[in-house]
Ligand binder design. Sequence first.
Ligand SMILES: [Fe+2]
Length: 300
Amino acid sequence: MITRRGFLRLIGSSVLSMVSLSAYAVGIEPMLLTHVKRYALTPPHWPSGLELRVVALADIHACRPWMTPERIASLVETTNALQPDLIVLLGDYVDGMRLVTADVSAPDWASALSGLRAPLGVLSILGNHDWWHDYAAQLAGAGPTVARKALESVGIPVLENDVVRLEKDGHGFWIAGLADQLAIRPSKALGRHGFKGLDDLDGTLAKVRDSEPIVLLAHEPDIFPKVPWRVSLTLSGHTHGGQVRLFGYSPVVPSDFGNRYAYGHVVENDRNLIVSGGLGFSIMPVRFGVRPEILQIDLG
Ligand SMILES: [Fe+2]
């Protein structure tokens, strides 16, 4: 039989382990264990001889004290050290929760990102938070958002239903960027029911003028069932892997498809999706089982 002292010890140690687990989830895992998540694949339609290293940063969510301009600058250094051919930014630069001590202004996070260097350049898309925190854009139901202007002001193109053709080693390929699928929030005052996406997948892909391979950037992975086989690879963020992930399962995922596109490399009908666990937080400053990650993808 358990004694009172034993019971109290048990309670005490449970409380202590809860406290240390919380300290780990709030402090250590998010801040210290940022790592490079590597993938290597030859997706459909990829020409032999085209070796391309893409490094992707997702869900930065700049804010103090969690994602300061100094921390972004150190992520930029790590990214450059991977010697990417191309760097892509997958959206959600703006903070995603209320538990912050101060905002980081768009010029400040953009200036930190301006240090990114790659021979084929840096390309970006926007995420839902870049829209949701922009009251003028919400009111207008249209951009350009503050985030877009900040990125452009440091020379980083923003693809919203747009494409760019690049070349390496004599092979051409396309980077297509989708506008955000949850851009406009519901508003009773404005008579808007439900979220309105600004994404136009067909219109975007129609801008690709030849049969060269396409890499699609789409902040939310929920578009993936609609992405045609013609697209070699889709890169997404947004889910943060659920922020809490145990044994390959995330209890809470901001996706209509639950765990299907929560995290990692998904192959469906010979179509490839990679979802980054991202770098920052939304809702709560907690991460467990999903370390902040920089994606390195070697195609070829
Ligand atoms: Fe997002």
